[in-house]
Every structure is written in C-alpha cells, then in structure tokens.
Write a protein that binds this ligand. Structure first.
Ligand code: ADP
Ligand code: MG
Ligand code: MG
Length: 254
C-alpha cells in the first residue's frame, strides 16, 4: 500500500530553488534511507514535508495515503499518521515532559476519535513504552527538552514516535546529536517500532546507522535531486567509495 507519493517536487527557500524535482514512493512495510553529502537538500525535503513555513513548494505533488499532503496544516499531518521528528524540538522549561507528551498523545487520539488518557493512565502507558525502549522513567519529570543532550533529544523523539504510532515517520539524523548513545537509541527504537503497516524514511549521511537499521531502499541526493536509488548494498558501497562516483556515473548517463 502506497503511503507517500512524491512527484516532481520542487521547492524554494528565500527564492532560491533547493529541491529540483524529487520523485519518491514509500509503501507500508518499507524503510527508506536518504543519503547524500552536506547541503544536498536532505533536510530541506524533510522540512518541506513537515510544512515548515520558510519553504515554498513551486511544483510537483505529494500525496499521503492518497490525499494531498499540502492540504493539511502541519498539525493535521500528525493526526493523518505522519510523524516528523523535529516537529516538536521546542524547549519548554518548567513544563514536565510527561505533561507535554500526554498533550501531544491526547491531541492525536482525539483527532483520531480515540480515547484520551488522564495523567495516571498516561503514566502507566508511557512507562510501558519506555520500558520497551529501555528508557529511564526519570526522563518524564524533566522540563521539555530543557538542557537535553543530543542523545536525550533523540530519546524523546523516539518516545514521541512510540506514543503516536505513525504510519510514516521521517527522521532527520542531523550531524549533531548522533553520538554512540543517540545511534543506539535511534536504532533500537526504529527496529522495535517498524512493522508491515508502517514505514520509515531515515535521512542520514551516516552509513554506519544503516548497519543497524537495514533499509529496503537507499536514495542518494545531490543538488536537490535523487540521483541514484539502490538497495541496502548501496549504503555499503557509499561507505567504501564515498559519494563522488555516484555523480560521475549520473553525469555519464545523462
Ligand atoms: P542537507 O540536509 O542535505 O545537508 P539542506 O537541506 O540542509 O542539506 O540544505 C540544502 C541547501 O539549501 C544548502 O545549500 C543550504 O545552504 C540551502 N539552504 C537550506 N536552508 C536554507 C535557508 N533557510 N536559506 C538559504 N539557504 C538554505
Ligand atoms: Mg546538513
Ligand atoms: Mg541535513
């Protein structure tokens, strides 16, 4: 079943075209890795899908489960089952993480016409999820992202994902925060949370991440385009050979 379908997507920021025609189809049960050197447009793609207001879509289409993604407000995308890790990167000092997580959870539950949980019920529910992810419950009492380390933000992201049970999660593994701790958290979380009904797009330029999360497809971005798509073996090839040969090959074919 097709979850996400991107056709000829072009987008600009400050009038500069960054995405120059992206085509990508993601079906349920699939893990896609989007790789590419710094500045190739990986995060821009993720942000455009999130509905970040700095980016203007100038051409192409994106459907999520058959509906025009851009008809949905960014908040509505979560209800529809799309999870974008950096949708909630805000620091809210003084607001307990448990409160924030419950709010996010209940909002999505309500929008899905499902039962909301009171603080005690939520506490049980979230602790169960945290056990699954091997997270320390102390984490619930901290302020939202307040002074969180890269690894802790990552943990929170994965916990949010576990709570919201999205159909499609887009995780952008930015350069920072991907220490050994974060690597383990993302890896365990993704492997535990993926099943035949959902899908993950993992944006990363770290090949080693893909030693632990085995993707079905690996896409290489360059200058706002996907210039090559392959299977998991492509990630290994990128690790040994770098990225240059991909653009050489692509130019030769053009
Ligand atoms: P990646 O995630 O692959 O490293 P990005 O999507 O962050 O790449 O950036 C792609 C290109 O878009 C880069 O050349 C970057 O400088 C440019 N870019 C991204 N955001 C902005 C912005 N807000 N204003 C101007 N240029 C931007
Ligand atoms: Mg970058
Ligand atoms: Mg990036």
């Amino acid at each position: 079943k097709t979850l996400l379908d991107i056709r000829g997507l072009r987008a600009t920021v400050n009038g500069i075209e960054i995405l120059k025609g992206i085509d990508l189809t993601v079906r349920s049960g699939e893990i896609h890795a989007i790789m590419g050197t710094n500045g190739s447009g990986k995060s821009t793609l993720a942000k455009v899908l999130a509905g970040h207001n700095a980016y203007e879509v100038t051409d192409g289409s994106v459907t999520f489960e058959g509906n025009n993604l851009f008809d949905l407000e960014p908040e509505e995308r979560a209800r529809a089952g799309l999870f974008l890790a950096f949708q909630y990167p805000i620091e809210i000092p003084g607001v307990a993480n448990s409160h924030f997580l419950r709010l996010a959870y209940n909002t999505v539950q309500a929008q899905r016409g499902k039962e909301e949980l009171d603080p005690l019920e939520f506490e049980d529910f979230v602790r169960e999820k945290m056990k699954l992810l091997e997270m320390n419950p102390d984490f619930l009492d901290r302020g939202v992202n307040e002074g969180f380390s890269g690894g802790e933000k990552k943990r929170n992201e994965i916990l949010q994902m576990a709570l919201l049970e999205p159909r499609l999660a887009i995780l952008d593994e930015t350069d920072s925060g991907l220490d050994i701790d974060a690597l383990r958290i993302v890896t365990n979380g993704v492997n535990r949370l993926t099943n035949k009904d959902n899908a993950i797009i993992l944006v990363t330029h770290y090949q080693r991440l893909l030693n632990y999360i085995v993707p079905d497809y690996v896409h290489v971005m360059e200058s706002g385009r996907i210039i090559k798509t392959g299977g998991k073996e492509l990630a290994l090839e990128l690790e040994t050979r770098g990225y240059d040969w991909v653009s050489v090959e692509q130019r030769a074919a053009a």
